[in-house]
Design a protein around this ligand. Structure first.
Ligand SMILES: *Cc1c(COP(=O)(O)O)cnc(C)c1O
Length: 323
């Protein structure tokens, strides 16, 4: 399949409109004062499934024809993508299988099972979970909804870029959490098609940042999966990356890393100043601004990508974070 285009993102916007929320941009007076440019948060924690992944999953699954859909869908997930796929499958009344690793938080696994999907714990790493998925494919088998490396998934995530352009036409910089790169590749495609001078900056956790190292090496670099507050960002670029590494090397202006303490502080900040309950992976963009790691070119949007964390863990993080 060829790389997605701006047209694919407009098509995606229309296709997913009935299943997804058009999320709000929240002005942040504190981040504005700190950075010297107007800063807004894009609140994807308010997305129907608690994270942006619904956009890409809906675009992919709704593009399958009736016969293909009926055979069901399958994927691997660190949690949020699985929930999104399970949500769309439930809506369409088709079977879904989600392979997870033992590292996926219980709150996420439970939410997937509650939607009627089959949850399979398939190994300790995303690569092992992917091997399980690839094994289940076949001519009469389910369709693979890749968590990031699929043109339709990337185009779905790109609808965030269209919404940002609509709501803040003067946007100059966009800061985006980065793992496999589907989110940032879609957003960057939407924004740079409108104006190539818009700066797009990716933020990853410093514990096992696969895309960060792969961009610098010019090829897929394997990483160790280790525990991090940003559990949604753990994992590698897949065994045969076809799109996101190429798109990220072509479209991104910068990638930066944040540490565990910085992520905790950003979660605490978002809660105190914005009443936003963000999971670690959803807060890394804010962490990068708080740590002065981003170069700005005008009005800035920070994507707050998800909020799926159980209250107990959340309270533990914010009560021990220094603010
Ligand atoms: C999946 C995810 C990301 C990263 O998206 P990629 O497309 O893998 O780069 C960021 N934040 C949250 C909350 C996620 O679930």
């Amino acid at each position: 399949m060829t790389a997605p285009t701006q047209r694919d993102i407009f098509t995606a916007r229309r296709r997913i409109a009935g299943l997804t929320e058009r999320t709000r941009l929240v002005p942040s007076p504190d981040l504005t004062a700190l950075s010297g440019v107007p800063v807004h948060l894009k609140d994807e924690a308010a997305q129907v499934t608690g994270a942006f992944k619904l956009r890409g999953a809906a675009n992919k699954i709704l593009s399958l024809d009736e016969d293909t859909r009926r055979r069901g869908v399958i994927t691997l997930s660190s949690g949020n993508h699985g929930r999104a796929v399970a949500h769309v499958a439930h809506h369409l009344g088709i079977p879904a299988t989600i392979a997870i690793t033992g590292r996926v938080p219980k709150v996420k696994a439970d939410a997937i099972a509650a939607l009627g999907a089959e949850v399979v714990v398939a190994g300790a790493t995303q690569d092992e979970a992917e091997a399980y998925v690839l094994d289940r494919l076949g001519p009469d088998g389910p369709s693979y909804v890749h968590p990031f490396d699929d043109p339709l998934v990337i185009a779905g995530q790109g609808t965030i870029g269209l919404e940002v352009l609509d709501d803040l036409p003067g946007v100059g910089t966009v800061v985006v959490p980065l793992s496999g790169g589907g989110l940032i590749a879609g957003i960057a495609l939407a924004l740079k098609s409108a104006d190539p001078s818009i700066r797009v900056v990716g933020v990853s956790q410093d514990r096992g940042p696969a895309m960060y190292h792969s961009l610098r090496a010019g090829r897929v670099v394997p990483v160790n999966e280790v525990d991090t507050l940003a559990d949604a960002l753990a994992g590698g670029l897949g065994t045969s990356n076809a799109h996101t590494l190429e798109m990220c090397s072509r479209l991104l202006d910068d990638t930066v890393l944040v540490g565990e303490d910085e992520i905790a502080r950003a979660m605490s900040f978002a809660f105190a100043r914005h009443h936003l309950m963000l999971e670690g992976g959803g807060a890394v963009g804010i962490a990068a601004l708080l740590g002065a790691k981003v170069e700005y070119r005008g009005p800035t949007v920070v994507v707050a990508s998800g909020g799926n964390i159980d209250p107990q863990s959340f309270l533990e993080v914010i009560s021990s974070a220094d603010s």
